[in-house]
Structure formats: structure tokens, C-alpha cells
Ligand binder design. Structure first.
Ligand SMILES: *[C@@H]1O[C@H](CO)[C@@H](O)[C@H](O)[C@H]1NC(C)=O
Ligand SMILES: *[C@@H]1O[C@H](CO)[C@@H](O)[C@H](O)[C@H]1NC(C)=O
Ligand SMILES: *[C@@H]1O[C@H](CO)[C@@H](O)[C@H](O)[C@H]1NC(C)=O
Ligand SMILES: *[C@@H]1O[C@H](CO)[C@@H](O)[C@H](O)[C@H]1NC(C)=O
Ligand SMILES: *[C@@H]1O[C@H](CO)[C@@H](O)[C@H](O)[C@H]1NC(C)=O
Ligand SMILES: *[C@@H]1O[C@H](CO)[C@@H](O)[C@H](O)[C@H]1NC(C)=O
Ligand SMILES: *[C@@H]1O[C@H](CO)[C@@H](O)[C@H](O)[C@H]1NC(C)=O
Length: 425
């Protein structure tokens, strides 16, 4: 009876706080990817566009492989004559009458990908060529934008530039993103010139906003949390089948002692191997463990361990967003970086942890070290601090922006007195 009631409360609160289908993230309510399209020059039969992709998300990044991909649909018979700072994945079939040097891309729905760092040096543009990587704003504010330039014209010899319209149907090709319609913005973007002494202005500027939904990105979660505390011998394990069930047909995993099959090398340099995880009762590629380690007079200590159970992936620049009411009084983080996520939050109860460069910023694949860990020292605030009722455990944890499955509050490790009370009921 008690259990059913708690389950009801749990799922009700889950339903209200996680609006996954609409792409709403309670920890980053304004988070979005913005595509800015600046028309900088109009010629008799072409125009130049400067396109900038901004990752305005606090902790969700876009990594290589495969890196970002951007596509849209031309409304007339436009072609891309040339492009700097990025490239169209396919050129498509171009009209022979367009001349001896054909356009860069003649497809109605071009797919644009980033250039690799240092590749095709003659094709670079400012702020380009990062292999499609866009960092999150919190982790590296210098790499959250990507920029390319292109010359657009018509696929015929007509020079009616009124036929050159803003394309529609934008798609940001990382799973989970949905883009809205383009909107013209006023005033158009200003670009600094001459070290900021002069400002050049675009002729017109359009913006497309894309938002992320974990629900759209993948049908199942990819991360789970387990909990333990020095004051209890009970461990709250990752809930069974958090990310999948071992018995599920078609779901492969690596049994203890088994050697993972060697993948044939793909012809596509941006190919991403599907995850292959160690067999567990939760089947998650990422497992986060929160251990309440010690209690001092004025402080308490937590140990966080992140385990990678995917034998086919290294997580570079991983991050962990944590919501816990005591984070406002975080005194020390031993071997991760930390930044409070206070934007749009009524209280300072959420923060982002990530690895230290060249030390633990890469969470290596399962079987190679496969884990990173750190300890936190938090100050006990008289009147609010308690080890009662699971207070010492986090409310939510996100790994790389993916919400991790938590044990149910009824299963949290309890203080000995709580346990006896619970048993007597
Ligand atoms: C989810 O978000 C959408 C759009 O922001 C809103 O209309 C809807 O009411 C929300 N649903 C819940 C359950 O909060
Ligand atoms: C997108 O992000 C920017 C930067 O944080 C913010 O100013 C803007 O309001 C966001 N837009 C939407 C629709 O969320
Ligand atoms: C190719 O260009 C010619 C000349 O502008 C035009 O008449 C013809 O329709 C075009 N063909 C296609 C397939 O677009
Ligand atoms: C979870 O899985 C383990 C091992 O497969 C099993 O022993 C345990 O009974 C399961 N727990 C529940 C609540 O089903
Ligand atoms: C992960 O990194 C290690 C060490 O750099 C490397 O040996 C391994 O091949 C990488 N694994 C993947 C899946 O890229
Ligand atoms: C939030 O808490 C952190 C310590 O965890 C502190 O450094 C920061 O100044 C606080 N920010 C605000 C806005 O209170
Ligand atoms: C996962 O599988 C790999 C490959 O068999 C193995 O090296 C590693 O020890 C396993 N990890 C765990 C946690 O079982």
C-alpha cells in the first residue's frame, strides 16, 4: 500500500517536471541551438550568406563523430555556388548549362557538414572548421559557435533575384532536435571590422531556433544512478531495465569475460558505432554512483563515480549536471571542474561538473579505465542539513544532458532509526 502510494507520488512529480516530449528542460529552460542567417551582399544574380550556428545550451554539446549537420529546403531552384568554412555532403546533379565550373551543391535539400580542423586551408572562414564540435556554454564558451559562408544563386540563367527566398524546413541533424520556422530579426546583425572600430551591418538577418528533446532523441534513457551511504549497508541499485532489459530480443551486450567483436572499419569517416554495453540488470552505457562518504562536525563528504559501460565509446568533454539543495554551500570539489547553473533557477541548487583537461576530461571506454571520480565537500547549514529521508541524495542527475534514471525514493538508503521505524509500520 505504502509502496503504491509512493510510486504514485513519484510518477506524478515525474510527469510534471519532465516535459520531455516538448523539449522543455527544467535545468536549462532557455537552452536552444540558434541558426543565424545573415545576407551580407546581393549581386545581380547571387547573394552571399553568412551562417552561424550557436549552441545556446548550458551543458548539452555536439560532439564528433559525427558532429553537427545542418540542412534546409530551397524554395526555388537555388544552388550553392561556393562555400567556405563548411561543405555540402553531396554535390548532387548540376544543370550542364550552368557552365564549366559547376556549383558546390545543386540539391534541393543540401546537408552541410563542418570541415575538420586544418583541412582544406583555402576553404576556411572565421570561427570555422572544428569537425562539427559545438561545446556547451558552461564548459567552453570559446567553441559554442560555428560559422560558414556561401554564395547562393539560381539554377538557371535567370537573374531575377526576387526568386531568391529564404529556405525553409531547417533540420539540425543531431538526434533529438526540432527546428522552428525562420524569422526575420531587426535590426540585422552587426559585424566588427578594424578591431571593433567600425561595424558592418548585414542587409537582412533571419533566425531559426532548434530545441532538444531527449524523448525524441532516443526511445530509452542512456544513464542511471545508484546510491549508497556510510550510515546504511543498503545500496540503492540502478533500477532494473533502466535503459533496457537483458532479455530483450535484439539487444546485445557483452557478458563477463567475453571479448567484444571487432567492428569492420567503416568507409564513412564520421561513422558512429552503435553502443555495445556490458551486460547488467540496467543495461545503461553510463552508470553514476553517489556515495555519502563521511560526516564531520560542520561538513559532509560525497564521492561521485561515473562509469562508462560502453565498450565502443570514449566520452570526451563529458559533463554531469546535478540538482541538490546543498550545492549552494559546496565548499570544495577535488578532481572535477564545477560551475553553478543559476540561470533562470530560483535557487542555487544545480551545478555542472566536468573533467579537468588532460587529467579526466575523457571518460574512456569500458575495459580501458572506464571511470572517473571525484569527492565533494559540502557545508552543513544548521536548520536545513539532515541525513534523514534521503536528503543527502541528489534530486536529479544528467550525464551529457541526458536525464539519468534514479532509484525510487522508497528504495533510498535510510538512517538506522528510519529503517526500524519503517519496519514497524
Ligand atoms: C509541456 O510543454 C508544453 C509547451 O511548453 C506545454 O504546453 C505543456 O502544457 C507542458 N506539459 C506539461 C505536462 O507540463
Ligand atoms: C535561445 O537562446 C538564447 C540565448 O540564451 C535566448 O536569448 C533565447 O531567448 C532562446 N530562445 C528561445 C526561443 O528559447
Ligand atoms: C537547365 O538550365 C536551362 C537554362 O537556364 C533551363 O532551361 C533548364 O530548364 C535547366 N534544366 C533543369 C533540369 O533545371
Ligand atoms: C533486478 O534484477 C536482479 C538481477 O537480474 C534480480 O535479482 C532482482 O530481483 C531484480 N529486482 C527487481 C525489483 O525486479
Ligand atoms: C578510446 O581512447 C583510447 C585511448 O586513447 C583508444 O585506444 C581507443 O581506441 C578509443 N576508443 C574509441 C571507441 O574510440
Ligand atoms: C552558488 O553556489 C556556489 C557554491 O556552490 C557559489 O560559489 C556561488 O557564488 C553561488 N551563486 C549564487 C548566485 O548564489
Ligand atoms: C565490460 O566488458 C569489457 C570487455 O569484455 C571488459 O574488459 C570490462 O571489464 C567489462 N566491464 C565490467 C564493468 O564488467
Amino acid at each position: 500500500m505504502m509502496l503504491k502510494f509512493c510510486l504514485f507520488i513519484f510518477f506524478t512529480s515525474l510527469g510534471l517536471t519532465y516535459n520531455l516530449s516538448y523539449g522543455y528542460d527544467p535545468l536549462d529552460v532557455r537552452g536552444n541551438v540558434t541558426i543565424q542567417w545573415d545576407i551580407t551582399d546581393v549581386n545581380p544574380d547571387t547573394y552571399n550568406a553568412d551562417v552561424t550556428i550557436y549552441n545556446y545550451q548550458q551543458y548539452r554539446h555536439i560532439e564528433w563523430p559525427p558532429g553537427w549537420r545542418l540542412s534546409w529546403e530551397w524554395q526555388n531552384h537555388e544552388v550553392i555556388w561556393n562555400m567556405q568554412g563548411a561543405e555540402a555532403k553531396e554535390q548532387g546533379i548540376c544543370n550542364k548549362s550552368l557552365g564549366a565550373s559547376p556549383p558546390h551543391c545543386c540539391l534541393k535539400q543540401p546537408v552541410i557538414i563542418d570541415l575538420q580542423p586544418g583541412s582544406k586551408l583555402n576553404k576556411q572562414a572565421a570561427n570555422c572548421c572544428k569537425g562539427g564540435v559545438l561545446t556547451s556554454m558552461a564548459q567552453d564558451p570559446t567553441m559554442y559557435a560555428s560559422h560558414f559562408q556561401m554564395t547562393v544563386g539560381l539554377a538557371s540563367t535567370s537573374s531575377d533575384t526576387s526568386q531568391l527566398n529564404m529556405p525553409n524546413n531547417f533540420k539540425f541533424g543531431t538526434p533529438g532536435y526540432t527546428c522552428g520556422d525562420s524569422q526575420q530579426v531587426f535590426p540585422p546583425t552587426k559585424f566588427p571590422e578594424d578591431d571593433g572600430r567600425r561595424w558592418r551591418q548585414a542587409l537582412s538577418t533571419y533566425r531559426v531556433i532548434c530545441t532538444y528533446s531527449q524523448f525524441k532523441a532516443a526511445p530509452a534513457p542512456s544513464c542511471c544512478v545508484s546510491l549508497s551511504a556510510f550510515y546504511s549497508s543498503a545500496i540503492s541499485f540502478c533500477p532494473n531495465c533502466s535503459c533496457g532489459c537483458q532479455q530483450q530480443p535484439g539487444l546485445l551486450c557483452i557478458k563477463k569475460g567475453q571479448i567484444p567483436p571487432i567492428l569492420a572499419k567503416s568507409k564513412d569517416p564520421d561513422y558512429v558505432a552503435p553502443p555495445l554495453v556490458n551486460c547488467t540488470s540496467h543495461m545503461c552505457p553510463i552508470h553514476v554512483h553517489w556515495h555519502v562518504k563521511e560526516s564531520y562536525k560542520d561538513y559532509w563528504r560525497v564521492k561521485i563515480t561515473i562509469m562508462n559501460l560502453n565498450v565502443r565509446k570514449n566520452y570526451t568533454t563529458w559533463n554531469l549536471a546535478v540538482e541538490h539543495q546543498n550545492l549552494a554551500h559546496l565548499l570544495q570539489v577535488f578532481s572535477f571542474n564545477y560551475m553553478p547553473l543559476t540561470q533562470d533557477r530560483p535557487t542555487n541548487d544545480t551545478g555542472l561538473f566536468w573533467g579537468i583537461q588532460h587529467y579526466n576530461d575523457v571518460l574512456l571506454q569500458s575495459g580501458l579505465s572506464g571511470n572517473v571520480q571525484s569527492e565533494l565537500l559540502l557545508r552543513k547549514v544548521p536548520g536545513t542539513f539532515t541525513f534523514d529521508a534521503g536528503w543527502a541524495f541528489p534530486k536529479r542527475i544528467y550525464f551529457n544532458g541526458e536525464n539519468c534514471v534514479m532509484p525510487l525514493p522508497v528504495d533510498f538508503p535510510r538512517l538506522p532509526k528510519e529503517t526500524s521505524r519503517h519496519v514497524r509500520q
